[in-house]
Design a protein around this ligand. Structure first.
Ligand SMILES: *Cc1c(COP(=O)(O)O)cnc(C)c1O
Length: 374
């Protein structure tokens, strides 16, 4: 018998074993709901009312979820969050940015900004994996970029304009895994951007940005400046198309439909506050278990920085994490792998709003069971 043959008793198993950080759990019934749209939506033109109404539903639902102030707009396009890094480099940074790097996703954006020959070298404010860095006021930058939730390390950040930042400096917040699961005062961000495959329980490939009037003005200013911007990264066009409930090029209609259903569910279940209650319950269950465990501990030392939506747990070096993951997977519990290169012997557990706290508790009991039987 190998470890993977270990059966976890059925009464310990979570009702749903998907704990991946993205693509993530899609609630039961959604795919059946998608199929039930029949011939009315999938397979029809994105320039006609059925799909435009769907885009409109996503935009209105997000405006409600994030209580968008007057003048903020929901803009969307193809490519996902990493494409948005490029888009920001072409279409939002005027001369120079400050990049706050405390994990692998922020590092990718910083590298893009560093490599862009039309921009000055960014200032990098960084902190080691498992800790937090925050933006600091700096006169010579026109963008501050940071991550609301570093999915690679399980560290979350406040979303606050740096003390002393000026009105002409934009705040760009990568909220790919945070949006919908962490508290937010959207007025603190000029561009709060994300993708649908995390808290929004849909598929990847789309970026969505909540943009302030100042950010929209910046995109229009740079578009008119003569800088070469490849069409795919044309944010000013994306703004125009979004106002018409369209995208510049063809979107994945099923992705939009799944996202719209999740947004409706969120708004009907207490909105963002209601979602934060859920992610707080899940993450409290996870971290309390790890604190009490003899062989597991939270990777993030500072409790206030431990993410409500992506938890990272270090295991005692004597435990083979690969075997634990194999056994869990063989029992239907999937995708608890650490991000590559983060931690020494780590599991990473997504606790997006769709995940039930009871399932997180069940997961911890399953891990205890596996470790006890290795
Ligand atoms: C998942 C993730 C990304 C990458 O998103 P894609 O849509 O795959 O490009 C970027 N940033 C953060 C914080 C993420 O969690």
């Amino acid at each position: 018998m190998t470890a993977a043959d270990l059966r976890i008793p059925a009464d310990l198993l979570p009702a749903d074993g998907r704990f991946g950080s993205g693509p993530s759990k899609v609630p039961d019934g959604r795919l059946e709901g998608l199929a039930a749209t029949g011939r009315s939506l999938i397979g029809t033109s994105h320039r006609q009312p059925p799909v435009k109404q769907l885009v409109g539903r996503v935009r209105a639902g997000l405006s409600e979820l994030f209580a968008l102030p007057e003048g903020y707009e929901v803009v969307l396009g193809n490519g996902g969050s990493i494409a948005f890094f490029s888009l920001a480099t072409y279409a939002l940074i005027r001369e120079r940015s400050q990049q706050v790097v405390y994990g692998e996703f922020a590092k990718k954006f910083a590298s893009e900004a560093q490599a862009a020959p039309w921009l000055g070298d960014p200032t990098i404010v960084s902190a080691p994996h498992g800790t937090l860095a925050v933006p600091v006021a700096e006169e010579s930058v026109d963008v501050y970029a940071w991550t609301h939730n570093e999915t690679s390390t399980g560290v979350m950040s406040p979303v606050l304009r740096p003390d002393g930042a000026t009105a002409d400096q934009l705040t760009l917040v990568d909220a790919t895994s945070a949006a919908g699961g962490l508290p937010l005062d959207v007025r603190q961000s000029d561009v709060y951007y994300f993708a649908p495959q995390k808290s929004f329980a849909s598929d990847g490939g789309l970026w969505v940005a909540l943009m302030s009037p100042a950010a929209i003005a910046r995109a229009e200013e740079i578009a008119a400046s003569g800088r070469h911007i490849p069409a795919f990264f044309g944010l000013a066009d994306a703004i125009k198309q979004s106002r018409q409930d369209q995208t510049v090029n063809t979107p994945a209609v099923a992705t939009l439909w799944l996202m719209a259903e999740q947004i409706d569910w969120m708004n009907g279940a207490g909105g963002l506050d209601g979602m934060v209650v859920r992610t707080t319950a899940s993450s409290t269950a996870l971290y309390d278990w790890a604190e009490a465990s003899s062989y597991a501990s939270p990777f993030v030392a500072e409790p206030a920085h431990r993410s409500l939506v992506v938890g990272t747990i270090e295991l005692d070096p004597a435990i083979d994490r690969g075997v634990v993951m194999d056994v869990l997977r063989a029992n239907g519990i999937v995708d608890v792998d650490a991000y590559r290169g983060v931690g020494t012997n780590q599991l990473r557990i997504a606790m997006y709003p769709s995940v039930d706290a009871a399932d997180v508790t069940a997961l911890t009991q399953c891990i205890d069971h596996v470790v006890a039987h290795l």
